[in-house]
Every structure is written in structure tokens, then in C-alpha cells.
Design a protein. Structure first.
Lengths: 582, 350
């Protein structure tokens, strides 16, 4: 407010010729400077906008998979003798029945050829351990299902889910050329055909070998030179070995007719699919191939007229899902048993160590309860303090010190509030650890200065004429404030409060000390139950090794942002509704 | 309006506070090491699903912080169990005793063992952790003791007795827990074996920490991705290369790869469980006996942790990366848990 009143221009000392070239040039320069400044401003805004956009797009891209899950629809035989042998429908009996066996029996029935123990364990690992819990919940809700055969969506494990989300390997499929004769011996399969049905695949394998030869050649060129008089035996041996390998690879790549054994650790896998069967090729020649039957056919195989070759681009040992895993899953998909659905689980269940079962409800409720406590504590206290300091408190040294300290408090690192909370609320008052109550109290301390400062600014912005008019018609000071000034300041106070709340919503550091950074599965029902909050959940998930948790992390960030948007939207709405201009 | 709101909120808060203080705890609370956290949370979740009690709350506070809280006293305000990536120290045990935490059940849940392995086709190697540090660190002490970018390309440049082979080490990416173990169990102790680094630790702790926490990026260390199986195959193909694994992986692939003798000790189940092998540590969970029977499910939690389906061979903890305890020791632990036998404090480290 310092330079609103300017001295009137002195006249008569100098005269300007506004039409002179010099003056015109000056004007031009000033306009140009302004145009430049506007451009800088626009660029800055666009730059910041681009950053925000990239950040949001990245989070959404990573987070979207978290909102979907894949399930396999199985027909479950809910045998009454297994679930409820007594027939009395007692809740304890129903709860403790072996639902996992029911799910697994139905799951294994899809692939009766899988009998070997290790293979069976791989197959079983594709179904989530949470599937049995889903079934238990469904039966407890509706015991009438017992004794029936029902079609039930069974949750897949995180690895299987990731495969359907396109995160295991790229699969390309081409139709095979010509008819094949099939010789099946146990699970070993021999495929032969007139003409050269595998020539194209073999050429593909050979070009892979040529690339490998180039790669090894580059490695050979990188080897350090032998030193004079040094012990070069190992280096020379390595050089000889690499030279040998390059020569070998080049020879194999060049000879178009020789058969090739597939090295599953370095080459893409190739799967022949026909009649519901999946055969993994182990040795490929131009006219014939040997393979292993991963998935059994629907009828006896002897001759194949039409067949497909699927190529899994990533070598088997570089991904978590094996060729067998992918073949099983793709077979089920071809049978139409796989369904993709919105993962309501993400919003209805608490934390879990299994990525496919983990949800954010616990953290969401925890955040809501924590913020509720924060709001209830700091709104009345903050507004009361602001009204007193602004309207009633005498201006003396004491209130000056108070004011300086409120401003200082707003700049204190948040972890300090956590330590304070630990010492005061937990150790002195003996409140429970990890509870949203304590979290809310600590966060209330954190945002109190913000709210006091914002509320005082809002009170100050109400024109003094309002208060003076009230006092003029005989209202007491208190009446003037509470009946007239405070209601008019309320929109500003609300805005400040909600911004403070949004700040509190994103805090993790102070919650560390009071035990809210924790693995909590059960969803808090009250403010004294153990709970965690959204940003803490994000932090905990981001730290876990399972790949599927990365999507969960981004998904939780999206939910947190949504929560923030809703809160800030409420702030804007309140301001629009109640704002008064003078 | 303001005064009414204030009154309501004060009453609500008072009610909430009194409710919180009055109710006893019916949920297990566990604190402690972040290394043990992934295992304890898995056990906790399993207990919540099948044990008929609320799922325990597991906090990740670090071993030291967990011990402090655990030993602070007995009662609903103190945790029932703590995770530790090392054994309880004698001082901590005494603090516990002083604060009334008399009987503590010690569960040794498994090992965090780190190996450097290579193909069986090449000759067995013996290294010290100092040599491993010099091969892996981004910056190493130069001739004058100052840190310089790692100049070593072959092993015999580090020590003439080592073979003249290029340094090639395959290991986990920074996101992996194994990478943390690599830093804490090999790099840091290795750096401490070198006099120049020890002097640096005394003079400039920050530079010392940065040195063992930073791995070279000039191609001698190759981040081999998520799948440990890949590393095994690459080691088979390249006898000069070494790979960094958890011990359980070396054991599973013992037909193809062998462990490097570190500081004179071969990595074997016996040397790891006897703690002779340097880059390994035991992991523990400590349970308060006084809380058993008061906090529902605490005994079940301890039993679940040592059960075959959790800690046995092929159990779900092994899938999460734990090196299981040998069967004899696990049976002993099971017996201890069943009898709720408290530890005596003998033989604890200082």
C-alpha cells in the first residue's frame, strides 16, 4: 500500500515531443519488453503445466492396472460333506472348512495331465491364496449355496494377473504352414510335415543366432589387450572361448538347413497350438520339430491341418511366468474362462502381503478418521485463537511474542510434532499407539498455526465499517464480532482450514513416531483402532519387492490425489457460495 | 455458532479419549527391524486369516528402536514382540530386566546370508571382504589413501595372488532387499578391513558411508534384474563371472554354482548357522512371555512363526526369501515355544 499515492507530475520543467523518433522508439521498446515478459510468463506456465501433465500421465499409466483384476470362472462343487459335515450350518464349522481344497480341485481339473509334484505346485501358484477367502465369505453370506455346483470367479495370483496385463512377455501368433503328422510319446511330441513347415520359424531362430553372434563379437572386442610379460592365461582363454563361440554361432546361423535346439535361457520360446493343445518346441528342423506337450489336446492328436505358432518374445528365464504358466493361462483364456473385472477389492479390503489381495480401504478410512479428529480439534481452537488475537487481545509485548511464535510454529519441521506427540499423547496421556486419534491430534498441532494465520487474515479482510455499524447501533463488542464479522470471514477461514487439512492429509513424518507407519490389515472402526493413512500406505507399498505392488503404489497415489481434489473442490465451492465482496 | 461447535467437539473428543484409555488391547503389536518386516507381516496376515484373532499390527522401526520400545515395560502400552536382524545385546537384556520385562522368548527365525557365487567349471576362489569392496566400490582409496574412481579391471590388480581375470559381477538392482544386504554385509565390513578406509571413517564418517553405499557403474558390476535364475544361467555360461545371491539360492543350484570362500570361510549351512561365515546374520523375533495369555493369539503367533508351513523347507517364508533354520534347530524352537521357555541372557553379545 506504499505507492498508491504518487506525487502529481511537475509541469513546465521539461517538455516532451511525443512524436519524435526517439520517443517513438522508446515506446516501441517498452511494448516489446512487455510482450517479452508476457511470453516468459506463458512459457513458465506451459513448462510447469507440462511437468504436471507428465507426472500425472505417468502415475495414471502405472496406476490403472491396479483398478482391474483377472479372475478365472470355475465351476465349484460345494460338497456339503466337505463344508458342513454335521449339516447344522454352524458358523464355526462353516468358517473352518477347507475351501482351498474345493478351489484347487476345480482348478486342477482343467489340466488333468499335470501330475508331477513340482509342476502341480507351479499350477497351483497361479491361483491366489485369497480365492478360498472369497469363497468362505460367499458361503457365510449365503449358506444355501452348500450342496450346489456354482460358477464362481476365482482370483488369480499376482504373476498370472501381471501376465494378462501384458507385463510378462509379448506374444505374437502366426498360422503354421501346411499339415503336420503328430507322433505322441507320453508328453514328448514329434511333428513332421511334407514340404518345410518349420522353415520360417527356423529362419527366425537363425536370425536370432546371428544377432547373438554379433553381441558376443562386441564382447570379444571389448576385452582388454594382453600385457607384455604378465600372466595372461585367463584372458587368453576367455578370448579363445569367445572367438570359438562367435565362429560356432556364425556357422549355425549361416547353415539354413541344420536343426536347432532351443536354449530357453536366451531365445524366445515357440509354442505350437492346435486342438486346444500347447506344444513347446525344443528342437526345430526345417521339416520336423520335437516338442513337449505343455497342455494336453482335447482329442487324440495324429494329424494337424491347421495350427498356430506363438512366439513368447522374452526368453523364459528372464520372466517370472514360465512357458507352462503362460500356456495354461492362454488356454483358459481361449476357453473363455478368464474374466477381467473392476477390482472392487482395491477399495474394500485392507492391506495384505499378497499384491492381488491388497486394498486401500484401511488407509482411506484411517485418513478420514485422522482428518476428522484434526478438524474437530483445530477448527474451534484455531478460529477461537484468531478471533481473540485479532479482535480482543490487547496489543502489548506478550501478544507480539505470541504472534511471532505462531508464525515460527508454522515453519517447524513436521517430525518434531511427531516427537511431541510421542512424548505427550502416548507416554504422558497413555493414548493407544497407531490410533487415528493420536495421529489426528498430532496433525492438529501441525496445522493449527496455518489455520490461525489464515483466519486472522480473513478477519482482517472484513471491512471495519461492518463492525463499526454494529457497535453504532448498540451491539456489544462480542455481538459485533460473532454476529457480523465472523460470519463474513467464514469463507476465508474455511478455505484456510481446508488447505491446512490437505497439508495434513499428505503428512507421513510425524506419524512415524506414533506408530502409524505399520502393516495393518484390519480396517479401523473407531478413532482408537490401529490405523494407517494413505501417504503411509503408498510409502509402505513402494518399498516391497513384488512387481505388482508398483501398480498398487501408483493406484494409491491416484486415490490420494482424488481425495485432495475433492477437498480443494469443497474449498472452492464454499468460497463461491459464501464469498462477499465490498 | 462457534461456541456451540466448540462445545460439541470438546465433548466428542473427551469421550473418544476415555474410550481409548479404558479399552484393553486385543490385538498383537510388533515393532522392530525392517529386514524382518516382510516375513513377520506374512506370518501376521496368515494368523489373522486362520487364527481367529485380529491381524497383528507390525511396525517397521529398525532393530534398535524396536528393542528400546520392547524393553520399556510390560503392559498394554508396550509392544508384545520385536523383530531383530541381530541378537539382543546384553545391555538391552539388562534394560528389559530392569523394566520388568523378565521373561523373553527368543525365536531364531532364519538367516539373512549373502554369497558370492560362480560357475562350478572354474577353480574355487577365496576372497576377503576387503577385496570384494575394492572390486565393487565406485570409489576406492588410491596409493595416497584418498578416494579415487575404481581403477581395477582385473582381479590380479587388486591382489597379485588373485587370477588375471576381468572383474565381472552380476547382482541385484537397487530396489532389491538383497542389494541392501550386499552393502551391509559385504561392502561395509570390507571397507572396514582396509586401513585407509578405517582412517576415513574416523575423520569423515559421511564420505566413508558414501563409499560403501555406492557401487561402480563402469560395467564391472551388472544389474541382473528381478530373476535370480537368470544370474545362475549367466554364471554357467561365463565361468569368469560372479553372482550375488541369498544363500538359499546357492543351495538350490548347488549342482551348477559354487560359493566363494569369504574371509577364509566357505558358505555352508553349518558355517552360516554357526555364524562363522561373515556375510550372514541371524534374524530373531523376541516375544514377551508376560503378554502371552493376556493379549489373545500371541502364543499362536509364535507357533505359526516356527511351524513347518511357514518356516519349513518350501514354506511360505522361504518364498518371501528367508533362509530356513535347519530342522533340528527348528524342532528345538518349536519345543521352546510350546513350553514358553524364556531366554537366560547367557552368551548374549555386548
Amino acid at each position: 500500500m506504499t505507492d498508491t499515492s504518487m506525487a502529481p507530475p511537475e509541469t513546465g520543467l521539461r517538455t516532451f515531443d511525443y512524436g519524435s523518433d526517439e520517443a517513438q522508439a522508446r515506446v516501441k521498446r517498452r511494448y516489446k519488453a512487455e510482450a517479452r515478459f508476457r511470453l516468459y510468463g506463458l512459457l513458465a506456465v506451459l513448462f510447469a503445466g507440462a511437468f504436471v501433465f507428465v507426472l500425472l500421465a505417468d502415475i495414471v499409466r502405472k496406476g490403472m492396472p491396479a483398478f482391474f483384476e483377472h479372475r478365472v470362472v470355475l465351476t465349484l462343487d460345494l460338497d456339503a460333506s466337505l463344508i458342513d459335515p454335521t449339516g447344522r450350518r454352524e458358523i464355526d464349522v462353516l468358517r473352518n472348512a477347507d475351501y482351498n481344497k474345493i478351489v484347487m480341485d476345480a482348478w486342477r481339473a482343467n489340466f488333468p495331465e499335470v501330475t508331477q509334484r513340482a509342476e502341480r505346485r507351479r499350477l497351483e501358484a497361479l491361483v491366489s491364496s485369497g480365492a478360498a477367502d472369497d469363497l468362505r465369505t460367499a458361503i457365510l453370506r449365503d449358506p444355501a449355496l452348500i450342496g450346489q455346483k456354482v460358477r464362481f470367479p476365482v482370483l488369480l495370483s499376482d504373476d498370472a494377473d501381471l501376465h494378462f496385463k501384458g507385463l510378462s512377455t509379448r506374444i505374437s501368433s502366426v498360422p503354421g504352414a501346411g499339415a503336420l503328422d503328430v507322433k505322441v510319446n507320453g508328453r514328448q511330441v514329434e511333428l513332421t510335415g511334407s514340404g518345410q513347415p518349420f522353415a520360417a520359424i527356423l529362419a527366425d531362430v537363425k536370425s536370432g543366432l546371428a544377432q547373438e553372434a554379433e553381441r558376443v563379437g562386441a564382447e570379444l572386442a571389448r576385452l582388454p589387450a594382453s600385457q607384455q610379460g604378465g600372466n595372461n592365461a585367463a584372458l587368453d582363454a576367455k578370448r579363445a572361448e569367445l572367438t570359438q563361440r562367435v565362429a560356432d554361432l556364425r556357422r549355425r546361423a549361416g547353415d539354413a538347413a541344420s536343426a536347432e535346439a532351443i536354449d530357453f535361457s536366451a531365445m524366445p520360446s515357440r509354442i505350437v497350438r492346435a486342438e486346444g493343445a500347447s506344444i513347446r518346441l525344443q528342437e526345430i528342423g526345417p521339416g520336423s520339430a520335437k516338442g513337449f506337450l505343455l497342455v494336453a489336446p482335447q482329442r487324440e492328436l495324429s494329424r494337424l491341418d491347421s495350427w498356430m505358432v506363438a512366439t513368447f518374445a522374452t526368453p523364459e528365464s528372464n520372466r517370472k511366468a514360465s512357458d507352462a504358466d503362460i500356456s495354461w493361462l492362454e488356454t483358459l483364456k481361449a476357453r473363455g474362462l478368464i474374466e477381467k473385472a473392476f477390482a472392487t477389492r482395491f477399495f474394500t479390503s485392507g492391506d495384505s502381503r499378497e499384491p492381488e489381495q491388497a486394498g486401500i480401504r484401511g488407509a482411506l478410512i484411517g485418513s478420514a478418521l485422522t482428518l476428522l479428529v484434526t478438524l474437530i480439534v483445530c477448527l474451534p481452537l484455531g478460529v477461537g485463537a484468531a478471533v481473540y488475537l485479532e479482535e480482543f487481545a490487547p496489543k502489548n509485548r506478550f501478544t507480539d511474542i505470541l504472534e511471532v511464535n505462531i508464525n515460527n510454529l508454522a515453519a517447524v519441521p513436521s517430525i518434531v510434532f511427531g516427537l511431541l506427540g510421542l512424548a505427550m499423547f502416548l507416554n504422558f496421556f497413555g493414548l493407544p499407539r497407531s490410533a487415528p486419534l493420536v495421529g489426528g491430534l498430532v496433525l492438529a498441532l501441525l496445522v493449527l498455526p496455518t489455520i490461525i494465520i489464515a483466519s486472522r487474515a480473513a478477519l482482517k479482510a472484513v471491512p471495519p465499517s461492518i463492525k463499526e455499524a454494529a457497535l453504532g447501533v448498540g451491539a456489544s463488542h462480542q455481538q459485533a464480532i460473532f454476529h457480523h464479522v465472523l460470519p463474513l470471514a467464514m469463507p476465508g477461514i474455511m478455505t484456510g482450514t481446508i488447505i491446512g487439512m490437505a497439508h495434513a492429509l499428505g503428512e507421513t513424518a510425524p506419524l512415524l513416531m506414533i506408530g502409524m507407519v505399520a502393516f495393518i490389515v484390519d480396517i479401523p472402526q473407531a478413532i482408537t483402532d490401529p490405523g494407517t493413512v494413505l501417504p503411509v500406505q503408498i510409502y509402505l507399498w513402494s518399498d516391497l519387492p513384488e512387481v505388482a505392488f508398483q501398480a498398487k503404489t501408483a493406484g494409491a497415489i491416484m486415490v490420494l490425489l482424488g481425495f485432495l481434489f475433492v477437498m480443494n473442490g469443497a474449498a472452492i465451492l464454499l468460497r463461491r457460495r459464501f464469498e462477499r465482496r465490498w | 455458532m462457534g461456541s456451540k461447535f466448540l462445545g460439541v467437539s470438546v465433548i466428542a473428543l473427551a469421550m473418544a479419549v476415555s474410550a481409548g484409555v479404558a479399552s484393553a488391547r486385543d490385538q498383537i503389536r510388533i515393532v522392530g527391524s525392517s529386514t524382518v518386516y516382510p516375513f513377520t507381516t506374512a506370518v501376521a496376515e496368515q494368523l489373522g486369516k486362520t487364527g481367529g484373532v485380529k491381524t497383528p499390527v507390525v511396525e517397521s522401526t529398525g532393530t534398535g528402536g524396536g528393542m528400546k520400545m520392547f524393553c520399556d515395560g510390560v503392559g498394554v502400552n508396550f509392544p508384545d514382540a520385536t523383530n531383530a536382524s541381530r541378537r539382543m545385546k546384553i545391555g538391552e537384556f539388562e534394560t528389559c530386566q530392569k523394566n520388568g520385562v523378565k521373561d523373553i522368548i527368543e525365536l531364531m527365525i532364519g538367516y539373512d546370508g549373502l554369497t558370492l557365487s560362480h560357475s562350478k567349471k572354474s577353480a574355487p576362489t577365496k576372497l576377503t571382504r576387503a577385496q570384494i569392496f575394492l572390486a565393487l566400490a565406485k570409489n576406492v582409496p588410491g596409493p595416497d589413501g584418498k578416494l579415487i574412481p575404481n581403477p581395477y579391471k582385473t582381479w590380479n590388480q587388486i591382489d597379485p595372488s588373485l587370477p588375471n581375470k576381468p572383474i565381472e559381477i552380476l547382482g541385484p538392482p537397487p530396489t532389491s532387499g538383497t542389494r541392501d544386504s550386499l552393502h551391509e554385509l559385504m561392502m561395509e565390513p570390507g571397507a572396514e578391513q582396509i586401513p585407509a578406509m578405517k582412517a576415513l571413517k574416523a575423520s569423515d564418517r559421511k564420505a566413508f558411508d558414501a563409499a560403501w553405499k555406492t557401487i561402480r557403474e563402469d560395467g564391472a558390476y551388472v544389474e541382473a534384474g528381478e530373476n535370480d535364475n537368470v544370474i545362475v544361467q549367466k554364471l554357467e555360461a561365463n565361468p569368469n563371472a560372479y553372482g550375488v545371491f541369498g544363500f538359499s539360492f546357492l543351495e538350490e543350484n548347488a549342482a551348477k554354482i559354487q560359493g566363494v570362500t569369504v574371509d577364509g570361510v566357505v558358505p555352508e549351512m553349518d558355517t552360516i548357522s554357526a555364524l562363522k561365515y561373515g556375510p550372514s546374520r541371524e534374524m530373531f523375533v523376541y516375544v514377551k512371555k508376560a503378554h502371552v495369555g493376556v493379549v489373545p493369539g500371541l502364543d499362536k503367533f509364535a507357533q505359526e512363526y516356527v511351524s513347518d508351513r511357514a518356516a519349513g523347507d518350501g514354506g511360505y517364508l522361504e518364498k518371501k526369501g528367508l533362509v530356513p533354520v535347519p530342522k533340528a534347530k527348528r524342532d528345538e524352537a518349536k519345543a521352546n515355544v510350546a513350553a514358553l521357555k524364556a531366554m537366560t541372557g547367557e552368551g548374549l553379545p555386548k
